[in-house]
Design a protein around this ligand. Structure first.
Ligand code: TXE
Length: 479
């Protein structure tokens, strides 16, 4: 059994309470490692170590910090295969996906913020005999809590800007997917990151996560996860006046007009629905199709979905791997049942899969497509976060907008049309933080990332996140 350890003050630490959590492999259901079930004491140790490291790290020039971060990125490139394999074993996603998406993007996150910080300028406002300049100073100790769907990808998406801006970090990866964060700590040690600058504490959300959120010396919290958890975190952190960045769930529409580039749209709608088993907050899970195209689109879509291969993440050719946990698989299955109770018809999928061989006890579900539901039912309103999508039709732009915006979420929408004016009209009226036109998950890390409504608070990415991870001070000088 592989015991993963906490990374505190540059050293490996067992949990102070001596308690451990099992970590199973989703594709087989077998427990292959254990992680510390950390609590307040471990978080306190991490805070002490971060406090010691802060003057050193924040006192370095941006060039020095950047150089160390680029060393980390190089270390990740050297460990590419090990990281990709660990991610798939721990999360259940196809190895091919870890190799083309998760690990390259995690490396890119570190490289991007290591270099962006060099170009982060502050503002100056001149007047008669007066000059104002604005300083963006590191906050101090910040907490980063990340989820299980894109483990290293979202872990680095938070800690890279936090570190680049000179903060010391207490980070907690999801207890369901702790592995690559631990490999990342090894890489940081070798890359020359000073001890205590990054502290990785494993454990449950309720114990370790809550201790981070409630700690008075951790003054900013960056969280990605479920909306319910986000609301709870806000209720603890907001009265303490902590800076808060919350990236929460989504119920994203893929809006398909009859004038779309048909083949490309079908291909991308399948990708947007089922990449990573549908476990991405950006997945298009409500597919809205213009009436005149509905049947043609539905048939072509189903044909492509039926070609997706569900199975062992390590087998070449697998498109859909295992869901992250048994509990999550059961949750997704309960939504498939609910959809039928609500009057939906399953066009394909809908069942648990038990692949032959080593994965027979894994947590797999067929890609599932449902039609015949109205927009207000629970299936179309609640985040399922699995390989399940619904199809609905609309008659015109106005109705498409009503359906698309008719949810409490507002993370990402994608629109498919060749009509330039319509694309802009839709983008203008959609109540979502991200609108993709004729594409999906095409990311430029300089752009703001985050959602409206119940999908979160604040924006990550680009200079927005560097502002989040710094305190802004204006200095006014009369001369
Ligand atoms: O995530 P949680 P869960 C959605 C998705 C999913 C649902 C629930 O719909 O089905 O959320 O997933 C930590 N204080 N998303 O329950 O609980 C936890 O340890 C501090 C969307 O697995 O939000 C983990 O590190 N931290 C999503 C992280 O929060 C707490 C990604 C996320 O776990 C905590 C994941 C607490 N009280 C799920 N409770 C997205 N936006 O991409 C938990 N945590």
């Amino acid at each position: 059994m592989n015991n993963l350890l906490n990374y505190i003050a540059g050293t490996w630490q067992e949990p102070s309470n001596g308690l451990w959590l099992d970590n199973p492999e989703p594709a087989t259901g077998e427990i292959f490692s254990r992680i510390p079930d950390s609590g307040e004491q471990d978080i306190q140790m991490a805070v002490e170590s971060a406090k010691k490291a802060f003057p050193i790290w924040s006192g370095m020039s941006v060039e020095e910090r950047s150089r160390i971060m680029l060393n980390i990125a190089q270390g990740m490139k050297d460990a590419f295969d090990a990281l990709a394999e660990a991610e798939s074993k721990d999360q259940g996603k196809p190895l091919s996906l870890s190799r083309v998406m998760d690990i390259p993007r995690a490396i890119q996150n570190i490289e991007f913020f290591a270099t962006e910080i060099i170009h982060f300028a502050s503002e100056s406002h001149g007047g008669k005999g007066v000059v104002n300049y604005t300083v963006h100073a590191p906050i101090g100790i910040v907490g980063c809590i990340s989820p299980w769907n894109l483990p290293l990808y979202l872990f680095t998406w938070k800690i890279a800007p936090a570190l680049a801006t000179g903060n010391c970090v207490i980070a907690k990866p999801s207890e369901l997917t702790p592995f690559t964060a631990t490999l990342f700590a090894e890489i940081c040690m070798k890359a020359g990151l000073p001890d205590g600058v990054l502290n990785i504490v494993h454990g449950s959300g309720l114990q370790a996560g809550s201790a981070i959120v409630a700690h008075p010396e951790i003054t900013a919290i960056s969280f990605t996860g479920g909306t319910v958890t986000g609301r709870h975190i806000a209720s603890i952190a907001a009265p303490m006046f902590k800076k808060l960045s919350l990236e929460l769930g989504g119920k994203n529409p893929s809006i398909i007009f009859a004038d779309c580039d048909f083949e490309e749209t079908v291909t991308q709608a399948v990708r947007s629905a089922f990449t990573n088993q549908g476990e991405i907050c950006l997945c298009g899970s409500r597919i809205l199709i213009e009436e005149s195209l509905y049947e043609k689109f539905r048939d072509a879509f189903i044909e492509k979905v039926q070609q997706l291969k569900v199975g062992d993440p390590f087998e070449a050719g697998t498109n859909i791997g295992a869901l992250v946990s048994k509990a999550h698989m059961e949750k997704v299955m309960s939504y498939i049942e609910l959809a039928q109770e609500e009057g939906g018809t399953i066009l394909c999928g809908g069942k648990i899969v038990s692949p032959e061989g080593r994965c027979k006890n894994g947590w797999f579900i067929e890609p599932t497509v449902i039609e015949g539901l109205n927009n207000s039912c629970r299936t179309n309103q609640e985040e399922i976060f699995g390989p399940v999508v619904t199809l609905q039709s609309f008659s015109n732009e106005e109705e498409a907008l009503l359906l698309a915006n008719g949810t409490r979420y507002g993370l990402a929408a994608n629109v498919w049309t060749q009509h330039l004016g319509r694309a802009h009209r839709m983008a203008n009226a959609l109540e979502f933080g991200i609108v993709w036109v004729n594409c999906w998950l095409l990311r430029d890390l300089r752009t703001p990332f985050g959602g409206m409504k119940d999908s979160g608070v604040g924006r990550e990415g680009g200079f927005e996140v560097l502002r989040f991870f710094t305190e802004t001070k204006n200095v006014c000088v009369k001369f």
